[in-house]
Design a protein around this ligand. Structure first.
Ligand SMILES: Cc1cc2nc3c(=O)[nH]c(=O)nc-3n(C[C@H](O)[C@H](O)[C@H](O)COP(=O)(O)OP(=O)(O)OC[C@H]3O[C@@H](n4cnc5c(N)ncnc54)[C@H](O)[C@@H]3O)c2cc1C
Length: 698
C-alpha cells in the first residue's frame, strides 16, 4: 500500500497537520484583525507565512490554443459569424437598462437581422444538421439569452412541432415562412392549471364533420394557455395542444382521442390584429428573459380547417374516422412528446455556454483581484486562497465535464434524427432529460457562487452575473421541470433493471449496469476500500467504478423499497415514498455518464499537454463528486476512513493544481471580450479595472 505522506511531501496538504492548521487560523485572524484595526498588528515571523501563498508551484505546461482546438466544435465558424454580426451592430446590442417593451422589440429585430441580414438559417440547420443548429443556439444565447430563447421558440418549438408532428403537407406550406420569419409562431402547450402534467390539459378540439373543421375551445379559465412565448406581441400562429374530440353515434356524443397538436392562426397576416374568437393577454414583466413576449391565450369556438391537425401520429378522415399507427392514447402521447426532445437538448447545451461565461469572468477576476497577503509583502491574488479555489476549481472542472457530455448528447441527437433507431430514441430521450435537469440546476447554483466569488464588483450589472442568473434561472423549469425530468430518468433505469432480471438486453448508455449489477451487489472489497495512493485514486477505473457502484446500489435498493411499499401504498404512493431516493438515483446515473464521457474525451485528446491538463481536470471532477457524497460511500464501507481522508486531501491538491492552469483553461473556451462583456472578466487583465471604472464615467 502506498503512503500518501511520501507522495505529497512539500504540498498544500501539509496544511492539514493539526498544528499547522491552528497556526494558519491564528494567522488569518491576525490578518483580519489588522484589516479591521491596523494598530493591533502583532509581529509575525515571515517563515510561518510561507504556506499562505500558493504562487510559484510547478504547473503543467498547457497551451490555451491547443485546448481550444480540441474543444472547438465543428461549427465554430458559424458561432463566430454570429458574434461578429452583433459586434458590428451596436444598434442590435442589448443595453444594460432597457424596458420590457423595448427589449421585446429589440429581440425581434435581433432575430430578424440574424436571419435576413446575417444569412443564418436556423430552420434549415434543424433539418440538415442539428449540431450546427445547437451551435447557433449557444452563440445567440450568449449575445442575449432572451434572443436564444426567442429563437428556440420559433425554430425548436413552433417550427419543431410542424416538422416533427406534422406531415409533408405541413412542411410544404409552412417551412419557408417559419424559416424566413414571415410566420413567427408559438408553442401553446402549458395551461393555467396544468404545466408539468401535460396529459391533464383541458383545451378541446372538436371535429365538425359538416364543415370539415376543428373547433378549438377553452372550456374554463384553468385551460387558458399560459406562458406562451411569442404570443403576447409577435406570433401569427400557434401550435395548440388540445384534446381531440370526435363525434360518435352512441349516447356519449363525443369520444376523447387524447392530446393532439393543431396549427391555429392567431393574428391576421396583414393587419396583425388578433383573430376573432381569440383573446390574448400579456404574462407581464418576468424575473428574467424580458425580451421574450410570453402571453396567455383563450379560445372561443375558433374554427380551423381539418388539415391543420398535425397528423403524423393520428389522423381524422373527411367522414370523421380516426386512424393511427399507434394503438393507444398513451403511446400516441409518448410519441408526440418524444418528438419534442430537441428543445431540451438545446437547453442543456446552452446552459453549459452560460456556465462557461460565468466561470470565465469569475476566474479571470479572481486572478486579477488581490486582497491581503503576508506582512510587508505584496497582496496576493484571491485565487491563491484555498477557499476561492474550492469555490471555483471544481466548477471549472464541471464545466469541462459538461462540455463533453452535452457535445455527446447533440451528436447522439443528430444521429437519432437520421436513423430513427428505437434504442437510440430511448437513450437520447433519457439522456436529454437527465442532462438538461442536472446541468441547468448546477449552472443555476454556480451563477450565485460566481457572483459571490467576485465580491461587490460581481454585483454590478455591467459584470453580467445578475442578468445571467435571472435569465438562466427558468432553464430549470421550462422544457420540463427538472424534478419531473429526473423521475423520467429513474423510470428508465428501473425499466432497464427489470429487463436485466428478465433476461433482456441493455442499450448502449446503460450497458455498464449489466456488469455493475453482477459485480456490485456483493459487499465492497475490504482491501481496495483502504487503498489511498494517488495512482489508485487518479485511476479512471477506480473513479468510474465508484460512480457506478453508487448508481447500482441506489437502483437495487430503490427497486426493493418500491416493491415493498407498493403492497401497502399502491404504485403511486410507493413512488412518492421513495421519491428523494429516486431523484438521487437519477442524478447518480447522469454523473456516471458525464464522467464516462469525460474520461473518453481525455483519452482521445491528441495533444499531449492538453491531455495532461484535461486528465487533471477530470480527476478533480471525479474526486470532488466522490468527496461530496462521501457519506454514502462510507455508509456501505466502499471507502474506509483513511481513504476518505486521502480523497479529501487529493481533491484540495488537485484544485490547487487546476488553479495553476485556470487562465489557460478558461481561455480554452474561446470567448471573446465582446461575448463575455464583463469589464472585470476581460482577457487583458491590465485593462479590466480601467474599463470597469470607465463604465462609471471615469
Ligand atoms: C418564461 C417561461 C416561458 C415559457 N414558455 C412556454 C411556451 O412557450 N410554451 C409552453 O407551452 N409553456 C411554456 N412555459 C411553461 C413551462 O413549460 C412550465 O412552466 C413548466 O412545464 C412547468 O410547469 P408548471 O409551471 O406548471 O410547474 P408545476 O408542474 O406546477 O411545478 C411546480 C413545482 O411542483 C413540482 N412538481 C410538479 N409535479 C411533480 C411531481 N410529479 N413530482 C415532484 N414534484 C413535482 C415541480 O418540481 C415544481 O417545483 C414557460 C414558462 C415560463 C416561466
Amino acid at each position: 500500500m502506498e503512503s500518501h505522506e511520501t507522495k505529497y511531501s512539500n504540498s498544500v496538504e501539509e496544511d492539514y497537520d493539526i498544528n499547522q492548521d491552528q497556526a494558519a487560523v491564528t494567522r488569518r485572524i491576525q490578518r483580519l484583525s489588522l484589516h479591521l484595526n491596523p494598530i493591533s498588528e502583532p509581529p509575525v515571523s515571515s517563515d510561518r507565512l510561507q504556506l499562505l501563498t500558493c504562487a510559484g508551484r510547478a504547473k503543467i505546461n498547457v497551451s490555451d490554443e491547443q485546448l481550444a482546438k480540441y474543444l472547438r466544435g465543428k461549427h465554430r465558424d458559424i458561432q463566430e459569424r454570429v458574434y461578429e454580426y452583433f459586434n458590428a451592430k451596436p444598434d442590435l446590442q442589448t443595453p444594460l437598462e432597457i424596458s420590457k417593451d423595448e427589449h421585446r422589440e429589440l429581440c425581434m429585430r435581433q432575430l430578424v437581422g440574424l436571419v435576413r441580414e446575417a444569412g443564418i438559417r436556423p430552420f434549415k440547420y434543424v433539418v440538415e444538421d442539428p449540431v450546427k443548429y445547437f451551435a447557433v443556439v449557444e452563440a445567440v444565447g450568449s449575445v442575449d439569452m432572451s434572443l436564444g430563447i426567442k429563437l428556440g421558440v420559433q425554430y425548436s418549438l413552433w417550427g419543431g412541432s410542424v416538422l416533427n408532428l406534422g406531415t409533408k403537407k405541413h412542411k410544404d406550406k409552412y417551412f419557408e415562412g417559419i424559416d424566413n420569419m414571415d410566420y413567427p409562431g408559438c408553442f401553446a402547450m402549458t395551461e393555467l392549471h396544468h404545466g408539468s402534467n401535460v396529459q391533464g390539459l383541458q383545451t378541446i378540439a372538436t371535429f365538425d364533420p359538416l364543415r370539415d373543421e376543428f373547433i378549438i375551445d377553452t372550456p374554463n379559465d384553468g385551460a387558458i394557455k399560459w406562458w406562451i412565448g411569442n404570443a403576447a406581441v409577435h406570433g401569427k400562429f400557434a401550435t395548440v395542444f388540445a384534446k381531440l374530440m370526435l363525434p360518435t353515434h352512441d349516447t356519449k356524443g363525443v369520444s376523447d382521442m387524447g392530446v393532439h397538436a393543431f396549427i391555429v392562426p392567431i393574428r391576421d397576416m396583414k393587419t396583425h390584429e388578433v383573430l376573432p374568437g381569440i383573446e390574448i393577454h400579456d404574462c407581464g414583466h418576468k424575473v428574467g428573459l424580458n425580451g421574450v413576449d410570453n402571453g396567455a391565450l383563450k379560445f372561443r369556438s375558433v374554427r380551423i380547417p381539418r388539415d391543420n391537425l398535425l397528423n403524423r401520429f393520428g389522423d381524422v378522415s373527411r367522414d370523421g374516422k380516426y386512424t393511427s399507427s399507434l394503438p393507444s392514447i398513451n403511446k400516441r402521447f409518448a410519441a408526440t412528446l418524444g418528438e419534442l426532445v430537441g428543445g431540451r437538448v438545446g437547453l442543456a447545451y446552452s446552459s453549459v455556454g452560460v456556465l462557461k461565461i460565468a466561470v470565465t469572468i469569475a476566474v479571470r477576476y479572481s486572478l486579477l483581484r488581490q486582497q491581503f497577503g503576508p506582512p510587508k509583502q505584496p497582496e496576493i491574488s484571491i485565487l491563491d486562497y484555498q477557499s476561492q479555489q474550492h469555490k471555483l476549481m471544481p466548477m471549472l472542472a464541471s464545466t469541462y465535464a459538461f462540455h463533453f457530455a452535452t457535445s455527446y448528447l447533440v451528436e447522439k441527437y443528430a444521429e437519432m434524427k437520421k436513423s430513427r433507431d428505437e434504442e437510440l430514441v430511448s437513450d437520447v430521450h433519457t439522456l436529454s432529460a437527465g442532462l438538461k435537469a442536472y446541468v441547468t440546476s448546477y449552472t443555476a447554483k454556480s451563477l450565485s457562487t460566481c457572483r459571490e466569488a467576485c465580491g461587490g464588483h460581481g454585483y454590478a450589472a455591467v459584470n453580467r452575473f445578475g442578468s445571467l442568473r435571472n435569465d438562466h434561472d427558468i432553464f430549470q423549469t421550462f422544457e420540463g421541470d427538472n424534478t419531473v425530468l429526473l423521475q423520467q430518468v429513474a423510470v428508465y433505469l428501473l425499466k432497464q433493471y427489470k429487463e436485466k432480471f428478465q433476461g433482456g438486453t441493455l442499450t448502449v448508455t446503460w450497458n455498464y449496469l449489466r456488469e455493475s449489477m453482477n459485480t456490485y451487489l456483493s459487499q465492497p472489497n475490504p482491501v481496495t476500500s483502504r487503498w489511498e495512493g494517488e495512482d489508485h485514486l487518479r485511476n479512471p477505473n477506480f473513479q468510474l467504478d465508484a460512480f457506478r457502484y453508487r448508481t447500482s446500489r441506489l437502483l437495487q435498493s430503490v427497486a426493493f423499497r418500491l416493491r415493498k411499499h407498493s403492497k401497502t401504498l399502491g404504485g403511486f404512493g410507493a413512488w412518492n415514498r421513495c421519491l428523494n431516493h429516486l431523484l438521487t438515483l437519477a442524478e447518480s446515473h447522469i454523473e456516471s455518464v458525464i464522467l464516462a464521457k469525460f474520461i473518453e474525451a481525455v483519452r482521445s485528446c491528441p495533444d499531449v499537454s492538453s491531455r495532461a491538463a484535461l486528465k487533471l481536470v477530470c480527476d478533480l471532477y471525479a474526486l470532488d463528486r466522490i468527496w461530496n457524497d462521501i457519506g454514502t460511500y462510507r455508509n456501505v464501507d466502499y471507502v474506509a476512513p483513511n481513504k476518505a481522508k486521502a480523497i479529501h486531501k487529493l481533491t484540495e491538491y488537485l484544485s490547487f493544481q487546476v488553479k495553476n492552469i485556470a487562465k489557460e483553461l478558461v481561455d480554452g473556451f474561446e470567448l471573446p471580450d465582446h461575448v463575455t462583456r464583463a469589464p472585470i472578466g476581460m482577457q487583458a487583465a491590465e485593462e479590466a479595472y480601467s474599463q470597469y471604472a470607465q463604465c462609471s464615467g471615469f
